[in-house]
Design a protein around this ligand. Structure first.
Ligand SMILES: [Fe+2]
Length: 290
């Protein structure tokens, strides 16, 4: 296959190519185009609604799950996609916030998603506020059963934790990293005691330094419109995007002197160690490379 990486983490796992809704009205003669791992893809659906994908004339394994399309870029056996039981839970709203292009490594986008510490400075007045800058101790570990990262017991003062929040709350968070390019945030749900709203981040790596960050909300929400919920997420992501694009190198350093000078919180540090242990190379800065 013609993809630009041999990294088995990317070649042997499902990667998103965007919402399944983009296939409406397509067929093999009228596909939509996108990019993945440096290659152009054609996407369409057949008369039965089944998705299809080709790259350079070769058919690619593709499946639909959680309202999104997932492509397998390698030739090996497809693994199971991560579990997201909340997606099918009765009463939840499923709101696709669409994709936002970001000119950086997808690993930086995921790492930023995991970083609570930037809230008061980047999302002032919504997800955080000076002087409430202290991040209380929490735990981050790899689940041996699934290989996923879970950060638990995170809580943080937020003046306006969501589009529907009227007052500041001590928001309870859990972070989860399912794949190098997918993560989810579980946050206390103001409308259902004991339940958690879920924000999913599915990063589509166009190449090593260009991505589309797709955001999917799986919420209990009785009041807000889809447009309100999408606008809030776009406002938050719009604050992150210029900062993400200002980082140099664009690819994420995992070792060497660059990392020593960067502040990492516990989850981000766990993420970097997890990427190193998996020998992820796609989107990683290699200081000695030509
Ligand atoms: Fe942010």
């Amino acid at each position: 296959m013609p993809f630009c990486t041999t990294d088995p983490n990317l070649r042997n796992d499902w990667l998103t190519v965007g919402s399944a809704a983009q296939l409406r009205g397509t067929d093999s003669e009228h596909p939509v185009t996108t990019r993945l791992l440096g290659n152009d893809l054609l996407l369409w659906q057949d008369a039965d609604g089944a998705p299809h994908c080709s790259a350079d004339g070769s058919a690619m394994p593709i499946r639909q799950c959680y309202g999104y399309l997932w492509v397998l870029a390698g030739d090996g056996t497809a693994p199971a996609l991560f579990d997201l039981p909340e997606y099918a839970q009765p009463g939840r709203r499923i709101v696709d916030c669409g994709g936002i292009g970001v000119a950086t490594s997808g690993l930086r986008v995921v790492e930023n998603f995991l970083d609570i510490g930037h809230f008061p400075y980047v999302h002032t007045g919504t997800l955080g506020k000076v002087p409430h800058t202290e991040v209380a101790p929490y735990r981050a570990q790899v689940d041996p059963a699934t290989g996923e990262i879970w950060a638990t017991d995170c809580h943080f003062f937020q003046p306006r934790a969501s589009a529907s929040a009227a007052d500041g709350i001590d928001a309870q968070y859990q972070y989860r990293v399912m794949q190098p390019f997918t993560a989810a945030l579980y946050k206390s749900c103001p409308n259902r005691d004991g339940e958690r709203d879920v924000i999913c981040l599915f990063v589509q790596p166009l190449d090593e330094e260009q991505v589309i960050a797709h955001v999917l909300l799986v919420y209990f929400e009785d009041v807000l419109s889809d447009a309100d919920m999408i606008a809030f997420q776009h406002m938050i992501f719009g604050q992150d995007k210029p900062i993400l694009e200002s980082h140099r190198p664009r690819r994420l350093p995992l070792s060497g002197p660059l990392e020593a000078h960067m502040r990492c919180d516990l989850t981000a540090a766990t993420y970097r160690r997890w990427l190193r242990q998996r020998d992820v190379r796609f989107g990683v800065h290699a200081p000695t490379a030509a």
